[in-house]
Design a protein around this ligand. Structure first.
Ligand SMILES: Cc1cc2nc3c(=O)[nH]c(=O)nc-3n(C[C@H](O)[C@H](O)[C@H](O)COP(=O)(O)O)c2cc1C
Length: 173
């Protein structure tokens, strides 16, 4: 299985290939897997419309950088206008709030919705989203933020110790 999957990836792909893709694709071009400020700058310079700061859920490389931790330096490097999407490790509404505060425009979720899907199909996904929404609201109330637009680095200090398990318990009630 792993051998089959590996045939789908080309490890020699580089920034020049991205420039070629940009020339030949007029639709939105979003590059996933950005893990450093220098790569973010280089990829945007080749014409990408948005970046997904991601380690693909940490499933490929143990000890890959934690996206939430590298996000602030990437935001600082690319400026306020670049579209940054945070992916990997979003398991609670508090994680989403932290990502937005650290500079993400929005986040993706992978396993968080898949767990809901496996547990209850379509309804399970709806329930997973409802839990995330409830947790987000609760965390924002606790840190005194009234809208996602006002979330910024100043909130990160207050989010460092949010106990996610306790938040999940609160949402489940
Ligand atoms: C079953 C499964 C298959 C995946 N397949 C791919 C893939 O083919 N290409 C890819 O870029 N990411 C793939 N991912 C990673 C997701 O796109 C996403 O980056 C990751 O799940 C986000 O982390 P999270 O699960 O912690 O939210 C896969 C993830 C899962 C769980």
């Amino acid at each position: 299985m792993a051998e089959q999957v590996n045939t789908m990836f080309d490890p020699s792909l580089n920034l020049e290939d991205l420039a070629w893709l940009r020339e030949n694709w007029s639709g939105k071009l979003i590059v996933k897997g950005i893990q450093s400020a220098s790569d973010a700058v280089d990829v945007l310079a080749r014409g990408a419309d948005a970046l997904v700061v991601s380690n693909h859920g940490g499933r490929q490389l143990d000890r890959a950088p934690v996206p939430l931790k590298v996000l602030p330096e990437i935001r600082a490097a690319v400026g306020p206008e670049a579209q940054l999407i945070l992916d990997s490790g979003i398991m609670s509404g508090g994680d989403i709030v932290a990502a937005l505060a650290a500079g993400a425009d929005f986040t993706l979720i992978g396993r968080a919705y898949l767990y809901g899907l496996m547990a209850g199909g379509r309804q399970g996904v709806d329930r997973a989203l409802e839990i995330l929404r409830t947790e987000m609201t609760l965390v924002m109330q606790l840190i005194g933020a009234t809208s996602v637009a006002e979330l910024g680095p100043e909130h990160l200090r207050n989010l460092a110790g949010v106990p996610n398990a306790a938040m999940r318990g609160a949402a489940a009630r």
